[in-house]
Design a protein. Sequence first.
Lengths: 181, 59
Amino acid sequence: MKKIALIAVAAAAFSANPAMAQATGTINLTGVVASKCFVEGTPIGGTHDFTALDATNGTMRTDLATDFGTKNFTVKCSSLNPTVSVKALPLATTATATAGYDNSIDYNAIVTVDKSGGGTTAVTDASTDTTATTGTVGARLANSTNNVRVTTASYATGSNTDLLVAGTYNGSIEITISPTN
Amino acid sequence: MRKLLFLAIPAVLASPVLAQPALAQNASGTVSIDGSVAGRCLFTVPNQTISLVELLAGE
């Protein structure tokens, strides 16, 4: 009986060794980045004043695209394939125009964006309609300065012999770059 | 019962079902283009020669 008791005591002492137990666990770290596009530096905007739109003979000047030049902007996006939307509104005045005259100049607005990894994507909108043109970059937007450029082309009146009526002409180019979720 | 109702209201408000989804942030802007045409008139043929032939009266 005493022998059994000794064995029992020894077994209990062996199994109750607290130094052998381990406490383990994991702390998980999580976070999010929202899909967004934002302008860095100069905001998308500004005004380009052509001053006189008419040539010496009273028709539209033919150098308006060169006069407008290129407007550079820097946009950063966190999403994979951003969307570019462009709407050009014609240069127009409120004065009425009859046969042989015009009170509006149409043109194309072109937004060219640089792609990450190289290459560019251009989205062109004509001012002749009221619908914006939308396209996707086709890649991530390049993480670089002046990665969005705005140019214009194909300025025209109804007929190239039309005389422009006197007045102040206003137009605009609306640009939106959105993250694609 | 009323106490339970009061406890339930904040829980419903905090529910993700009712949470407002965040709107995507866009980069947008407008480039304005202006110009003008002054009122004016011009001769499309700036000069012309008119020959009067013999100016001396035959007296």
